[in-house]
Design a protein around this ligand. Structure first.
Ligand code: PLP
Length: 463
């Protein structure tokens, strides 16, 4: 165990040498970084021994089964002592067994390509789309459509498909051949000029907007459409009724591959089903996943395809350029699939998909009730334990509150002992959504404590 002196040293070392994700470091000239020292279940402790309920599963929707899971650590350490790593074109025991288990949960899909981050999993799918364009269409059907407010990662390729426009500022130029389609957030329909539409009519309009882009670009130039099933960091956007069915129809009509980015939604986060897309009965060609695959115990990500895609890469073995000539060094780490197998067993044995739905519904209702107390709550949305609260200064005009007010609300929750998140510099002028995604093991008591902290914090910041 670390003494208070050790921890003071850690803070100094961190301040002197660590470049934190997302942080404007000027802030650390007058304050200390938060160092999370320990976690157990839904709770974490910082360097001062302060306890927090983690309502965002490790800041970025990852620790789905909670902290301190001995059985995952045991599965990993056993595997690491046996064989920690081997890559290239060889397989591994946990790699084969996890792929089998995963595919069992994904009817219609058949192949798992291992890699180590969500960005990289998406890059693999993009590369496959580009190679298919070369193999089958003389390079022409190569464009990849992505949606405004969706995010697919921080690498330049993934950012080329980045619909969170504020995140992209100052990092261009990006890769060519990526084209944006409009978002599908009904609450903001008026900003799109579709304010008179709601429900299914809005869903159809938003999906038709994708078709309009395809027709404008030329269907013979469009290879794939990449979408989050429920948009995460762009403001927790649950697609409107009928949207997905129409999107699937459009992809089929124009022979466009459908790539679903399940990096956040995957492996239980949205409840009832293992994957977000399974709520909508759609049949993707690519499914990418990362965060919850091993709940953050190991870095593992997967690009999963159906057999139709896979077959295209083995149809002519006499051509040396025919197969997928790609490698991911850390896709060969065996701790990832070993942890992922045990993570999935826990979700099954503890009925966490069902718990996620039940607790998600309860949290949705509890957050919804805050709208009666706080005029600033404009919209509450989400699926499973994946919720967003959009804050507005005026409910009629839907003018967003300021980012400083959102920051103060997040800080206010931390002061109450609850860590929540917020859409962070993702959409110009619209970084006004509180993000809540506690672990799938949440109880009603946990949810009550989380919602109570949000209630108190909103009261302090907005009166
Ligand atoms: N896709 C989505 C939907 C994400 O939210 C993220 C990260 O937040 C990524 C991809 C990128 O994943 P990673 O940070 O593991 O590269």
């Amino acid at each position: 165990t670390l003494t208070q002196n050790d921890l003071s040293h850690v803070v100094e070392a961190d301040k002197a040498h660590v470049w934190h994700h997302l942080l404007q470091h000027k802030a650390l000239e007058t304050s200390d970084p938060r160092i999370i020292v320990e976690g157990k279940g839904m709770r974490v402790w910082d360097q001062h021994g302060r306890e927090f309920i983690d309502a965002v599963s490790g800041a970025v929707w990852t620790v789905n089964v909670g902290y301190g899971r001995r059985s995952i650590v045991d599965a990993m350490s056993e595997q690491l002592m046996k064989l920690n790593y081997f890559a290239g074109s060889a397989g591994s025991v946990p790699g084969a067994l996890f792929a089998e288990k995963l595919i069992d949960k994904m009817p219609g899909m058949s192949r798992v390509y291992y890699t180590n981050s969500g960005s990289e999993a998406n890059e693999k799918a993009f590369k496959m789309v580009r190679q298919i364009a070369h193999k089958r269409y003389g390079g022409r059907k190569h464009k990849i459509l992505f949606r405004e407010r969706d995010y697919h990662g921080g690498t330049i390729g993934a950012m080329s498909a980045g619909g969170q426009l504020e995140r992209n500022l100052q990092y261009g130029p990006f890769a060519p051949g990526f084209v944006m389609v409009p978002h599908c957030l009904e609450y903001r329909a008026a900003d799109q000029g579709w304010g008179d539409l709601s429900g299914e009519a809005y869903g159809e309009r938003a999906a038709n907007a994708i078709e309009e882009v395809i027709l404008r670009e030329g269907p013979d130039t469009v290879g794939a459409l990449c979408l989050e099933p429920v948009t995460a960091g762009g403001g927790v956007i649950v697609p409107p009724v009928g949207y997905w069915q129409r999107v699937q129809e459009i992809c089929r009509r124009y022979d466009i591959l459908l790539h679903i980015d399940e990096v956040v939604c995957g492996v239980g986060r949205t409840g009832t089903h293992w994957f977000g897309y399974q709520h909508y009965g759609i049949e993707p060609d690519f499914v990418t996943m990362a965060k919850g695959v091993a709940s953050g115990y190991a870095a593992i990500a997967c690009c999963v395809t159906n057999e139709r895609v896979f077959d295209l890469f083995k149809d002519d073995p006499s051509d040396p350029l025919n197969h997928f000539r790609d490698i991911s060094t850390f896709g060969g780490c065996t701790a990832g699939p070993a942890a992922a197998l045990e993570n999935m067993r826990i979700i099954e044995d503890e009925n966490l998909l069902e718990n996620c739905t039940a607790m998600g519904d309860y949290m949705y209702e509890s957050l919804g009730a805050l709208a009666d107390k706080h005029a600033v709550v404009g919209d509450v949305r989400g699926k499973g334990l994946f919720l967003g609260v959009e804050l507005v200064a005026d409910r009629d005009t839907k003018t967003p509150v300021s980012e400083a007010q959102v920051g103060a609300t997040v800080a206010g929750c931390a002061a109450e002992g609850v860590i929540i998140g917020a859409s962070n510099r993702s959409c110009p002028g619209l970084n006004n959504v509180l993000c809540l995604a506690p672990a799938l093991i949440s109880t009603r008591d946990d949810i009550d404590q989380i919602v109570d902290a949000v209630d108190k914090s909103l009261g302090k910041v907005f009166g």
